[in-house]
Design a protein. Sequence first.
Length: 299
Amino acid sequence: DTSPRISDILQKLAPFLKMYGEYVKNFDNAMELVKTWTERSCLFKSIIQDIQKQKICGNLTLQHHMLEPVQRIPRFGEESLEIISTAASHSNSAIRKMENLKKLLEVHEMLGEEEDIVNPSNELIKEGQILKLAARNTSAQERYLFLFNNRLLYCVPKFSLVGSKFTVRTRVGVDGMKIVETHNEEYPHTFQVSGKERTLELQASSEQDKEEWIKALQSTIDAFQQRNETFRNAIAKEYDDMPIEVSNAELGKRAPRWIRDNEVTMCMKCKEPFNALTRRRHHCRACGHVSTNPPLFNE
């Protein structure tokens, strides 16, 4: 059949269907806006009714016409569905990223725009009120938690009508964090968050709330460890594949190839990432590798 079909056209125009995701994303808001102004404004309602009476509208309401693109596009030819699916996937991914960035900006404002969290690599996992048990007298204090994919922000509410809503009291990194379910007869639904920076004993509002927090925290820890392990394995394989220019027998007897700083991101011995304070770069004079500890060969 040489007659062009809708699916043939869609195959050519599929890349432009990424805009379809924006339409679907805003559909609920648009429908609610039409409903609101129809109820508020007699003039708006009258104009919409006059338009709907026109023959071209086919006796359908504005809402029906707005719904049509959402329902119709997935019905077109099977051969174009794969392309449409790919376009929709890209759109959904972009929508998720934009929504996450929007949420980060909202949290950024709530924290007085002082916390550096607006970054595409950051993701807000969970937030909510919690009670903190004091270390000395076990009195409960109202606090607020923001859990990201790489840190937990332990905040104190600020009772102010303007400006920031919370003050960050402690930042606990997910790296090295541990979660322990605790039991306290006087204060139920408690659990402990232990990190390199601080240990917090917290009380949830209910058993379900406690389980949700523990699940979210543990899932975040597991995901962080998995990303780290994948990264370390990839880097370790790169280092293992590097040719050894000086054999063990020749160490210290002839000058090695000097590994440049920009060629490595973690210690070639222990595979730990470098930083400016506790894990600085040191070159071995014997083998040329970069490690976190000053090599003995320097002497």
